[in-house]
Design a protein around this ligand. Structure first.
Ligand SMILES: Nc1ncnc2c1ncn2[C@@H]1O[C@H](COP(=O)(O)OP(=O)(O)O)[C@@H](O)[C@H]1O
Ligand SMILES: [Mg+2]
Length: 266
């Protein structure tokens, strides 16, 4: 029985030898599906069942983060994110709950991420389960890596800054505070079509006053490496004026006050 299972695993692995995708049942994926330590077989089979129900058939090595020799899209405190093939051969991103995550399921994150989706923000969620979130794959770079490319121009930088702030405004309107937008480099991906995508709603809340625009604007326009880099391409009003406009927006989060901020570097 066990040798049969091993044989079929090897076979499924070989079937995929023509492309680099790996069947989710392949033992090579155990350290990814069960990170950072091996779980009991029963629990592991439960995870595979969740993937089957979601229609996730294989994982594709991609990205600059390594788990052993296997390439993944990224790793955070709650999850690993991998590129996968789902139903109808659609390429998606899959967030896998780490075994040592400080939460028992992805339920809360999914609820908050779906609020963001309802106002057009964040990778669209296709399916979710206790341990996984299946969402749009963002083919891009984190904002700091994108800004550090040689061949970007002023219009592209302006487009990325404005689209990030517009999404923050939409989150403010939805009363969802992302919670980590002062650390933008980990939470904004820029795709090839020069669109900004806000990701990772694990620290989000609907119980705090939303401060997405102010948090992101500090990082984009006032302090730290991103603002220094942005400032090479676009000139904005002096710091005092931006701080003043942000204070006005903070006390009264209207479209008018938001537009005044955008005009300060238009
Ligand atoms: N939808 C996605 N498409 C492509 N890469 C992603 C996607 N979501 C996350 N990533 C990558 O995975 C990393 C970790 O994801 P994240 O949601 O921040 O995990 P955590 O909640 O554990 O912090 C991100 O920094 C990013 O590089
Ligand atoms: Mg994170």
């Amino acid at each position: 029985m066990e040798s049969q299972r091993r044989q079929s695993r090897n076979l499924s692995h070989r079937i995929n030898a023509y492309s680099d995708k790996i069947d989710v049942n392949c033992p090579e994926l155990v350290p990814v599906i069960s990170y950072p330590r091996i779980i009991e077989e029963r629990e592991y089979i439960g995870r595979l069942k969740e993937l089957e129900i979601m229609g996730v058939s294989s994982i594709l090595p991609a990205g600059s983060t390594k788990i052993g020799k296997f390439s993944i899209l990224g790793k955070g405190g709650v999850g690993l994110v991998v590129k996968v093939e789902a139903k109808d051969k659609k390429t998606c991103a899959l967030k896998i709950r780490r075994i040592d995550a400080n939460r028992k399921s992805m339920e809360r994150e999914v609820k908050l991420h779906k609020i963001a989706n309802s106002v057009g923000v964040g990778p669209h969620i296709y399916a979710n389960s206790e341990n996984f979130i299946l969402m749009d794959f963002i083919d891009g770079w984190n904002i700091i890596r994108w800004l550090n490319q040689q061949n970007i121009n002023n219009d592209q930088v302006r487009k990325v800054v404005i689209s990030t702030l517009e999404q923050c405004y939409d989150l403010d309107r939805a009363n969802l505070d992302h919670g980590e937008l002062s650390c933008l480099d980990h939470h904004v991906l820029v795709s090839e079509s020069v669109l900004a995508h806000i990701i990772d709603f694990e620290s989000s809340s609907i119980d705090r006053k939303p401060c997405n625009v102010t948090a992101a604007a500090h990082s984009l326009l006032l302090n730290g490496p991103i603002s220094r880099r942005v400032n090479k391409n676009i000139h904005f009003a002096e710091q005092e004026k931006i701080i003043h406009l942000l204070r006005m927006y903070k006390s009264n989060q209207t479209r008018g006050n938001f537009d005044k901020l955008i005009e300060a570097f238009g």
